[in-house]
Every structure is written in C-alpha cells, then in structure tokens.
Design a protein around this ligand. Structure first.
Ligand code: C2E
Ligand code: MG
Ligand code: MG
Ligand code: MG
Length: 283
C-alpha cells in the first residue's frame, strides 16, 4: 500500500485526510437521502418590532432531523451543500416548503407575518426569479408574504448580472434583506447600488453590546448608515435585555434572538401568533 512507504508523520497526515474526505462523502450521500426521505424541516424564528413589541415577521431556518445523529445544524451541512451544488435542490425544497406552509396557515384562517427565506449566493442565478414565481403561483402565495435574505458575499460578486436579478425580484414584489451585515467585504459605496430594503446586523456585533466599545461603535455606525439609506434594520442574536435596550436607543427597527424565542416548529409558531402574544418589550 502507498501509505506504508511514507514516514510516520506522512501516514498520520494521510489517514486524517482520508478520514475527513470519507466523512464528507458520507455526509453528501446522506444529504441526498435526506432530500429523498423527507428528513428536513423548516423552523421559524420570530422577528419582534421594537416599536410595538409585536411579532412582525419570522425567519425560516432549515433543520435536518437525521435518523441516527439527531438534529444536524445547518451551519454544518449548508456549506457542504453549497460546495457540492446540492444547495440548488435544498433551496428549492426550502422555497416550496415555506410557501406550502404559508398556504396551509392561510387556509386555516391564520393571519401570519411575512416569512423570510435564506438564499445562498450559489442559488442566485438568472433562473431564480422564474423559479420563485412558479412556486408562489403553485401555492397561491403573494410575493409580500415572503422576503429573501441574501448574504453579503453576493454583493462582492457585485456584477450587473446580480443587480439585474435583484431588480427582477423587487419588480415581482419581493423585499430583499442583507444578512450577516458587517461580516463580508462589501464597501459602503456598493450598498446603495443594490435594491435592498433591510439590513440585518450580524450577531457577532450584537454579542458585545453594550459593554464592548468596538461593538457599540460598529452597531451605531451600521444603524446610522441604514437610516440614511432608508433601510429597515434588524439585529440578530439578541439574548439580553441590555442588548435590547442599547439597540432600541440606537433606533433599530426589529430584533431577533433567544431573548424572545429560538426558531420553533410551524405549529408552535402558529400558536404564538394565534395567542397574539404581545412580547414584552419594555420601553
Ligand atoms: P442566519 O441566516 O444568519 O440565521 C441566524 C442564525 O442564528 C440561526 O442559526 C439562528 O438559530 C441563530 N440565532 C438566532 N438568534 C440567536 C441568538 O440569540 N443566539 C445565538 N447564539 N444564535 C441565534 P441556524 O438556524 O443554525 O442557521 C445557521 C445559518 O445556516 C443561517 O444563518 C443561514 O446562513 C444558514 N441557513 C439556515 N437555514 C437556511 C436555508 O433554508 N437556506 C440557506 N441557504 N441557508 C440556511
Ligand atoms: Mg438569515
Ligand atoms: Mg443572519
Ligand atoms: Mg448570521
């Protein structure tokens, strides 16, 4: 065997590489099985208005209920799905499932806020608007009932092609949010070129509020800029009342985080909404 020819260090390295490659391959195979075998679910995390204290939206977050491993985090499998191209099928599944759920809520007479759907940069191609339009039609869902969250890496690609697709989505009546804002490399000059209605401050800047001076400065700068650009501003990963108070004073519009709720299953989210639970946002 080839391995026996190498030094001890080489062998160790080889084994580790092999193991990682095997693990990836297994995960990829299992992702395909998950799609075929209905192992994915969408959970919904409320977005709370700082003005009214009410739930004004939710983000759909994919969950993988693995038959042996239990819940697998999207942080683990979405990057792999992006690398392998499986994100196209998974993305289609997410779009379809979200619209199916919205239709089911409508049919049950529930009035639900807009649902935000995450779209990977790799899914963002010329066929996207048409595919979304088909799914909306199929489930008789209005464009205003969903919105799309896209990541900053897409702006870096910053071509006219990307802007054209965004404009097409906006013309269809879809709102676009820029996710994880502040973590990418997009320059401020880029921002105004894109038809984006909402900025989401990344959790990494929220975590240190209100004690870390740098996080405070960054959060303040992002909110000020978003206000100048007339964009709605959502802070993600809000876990403490102190973070909430700071973000409220800055003039942030919406908060999302464990302080209010984790992502919950569809029935649980409907229950929260039905009770019109007025989340206590102290003023
Ligand atoms: P994201 O879009 O930035 O979603 C926010 C993540 O932060 C979610 O993790 C959410 O559960 C978590 N989070 C929310 N509030 C808090 C908080 O107060 N504290 C902490 N520690 N975490 C909080 P999740 O569900 O594990 O998703 C991770 C990432 O996976 C998402 O980041 C998104 O980029 C991606 N993802 C999830 N679902 C989808 C999907 O359907 N399609 C695509 N393309 N990507 C998805
Ligand atoms: Mg998101
Ligand atoms: Mg985010
Ligand atoms: Mg994030």
């Amino acid at each position: 065997k080839a391995g026996e020819l190498g030094s001890g260090g080489f062998l160790f390295y080889r084994d580790e590489m092999d193991q990682r490659a095997r693990e990836r391959l297994r995960l990829e195979t299992e992702l395909r099985e998950a799609l075929a075998g209905n192992q994915f679910e969408l959970h919904y995390q409320p977005k709370v208005s700082l003005r009214s204290g009410r739930i004004v939206g939710a983000e759909a977050l994919i969950r993988w209920r693995h038959p042996e491993r239990g819940m697998v985090s999207p942080g683990v499998f979405i990057p792999l799905a992006e690398e392998t191209g499986l994100i196209f099928d998974i993305g289609n599944w997410v779009m379809n499932e979200a619209c199916r759920q919205i239709r089911a809520w409508d049919d049950a007479g529930l009035s639900m806020p807009p649902i935000a759907i995450n779209v990977s940069a790799r899914q963002f191609d010329r066929s996207l608007p048409g595919r979304i339009s088909d799914v909306l039609d199929q489930h008789r869902v209005e464009p205003a009932q969903i919105m799309l969250e896209i990541t900053e890496s897409l702006l870096v690609r910053g071509t006219d092609g990307v802007i054209a697709i965004m404009n097409e989505l906006v013309a269809m009546g879809l709102a676009l949010a820029l996710d994880d804002f502040g973590t990418g490399y997009s320059s401020l000059a880029y921002l105004k070129k894109f038809p984006i209605s909402t900025l989401k401050i990344d959790r990494s800047f929220v975590v240190g509020l209100p004690y870390e001076e740098n996080d405070c400065a960054i959060a303040r700068a992002i909110v000020t800029m978003a206000q100048q650009l007339r964009q709605e501003i959502v802070a993600e990963g809000v876990e403490t009342p102190e973070q909430m108070a700071f973000l409220r004073d800055l003039g942030c519009d919406q908060l999302q985080g464990y302080l209010f709720s984790q992502a919950v299953c569809a029935d649980e989210f409907a229950r929260m909404q039905r009770e019109a639970k007025r989340l206590m946002v102290s003023r």
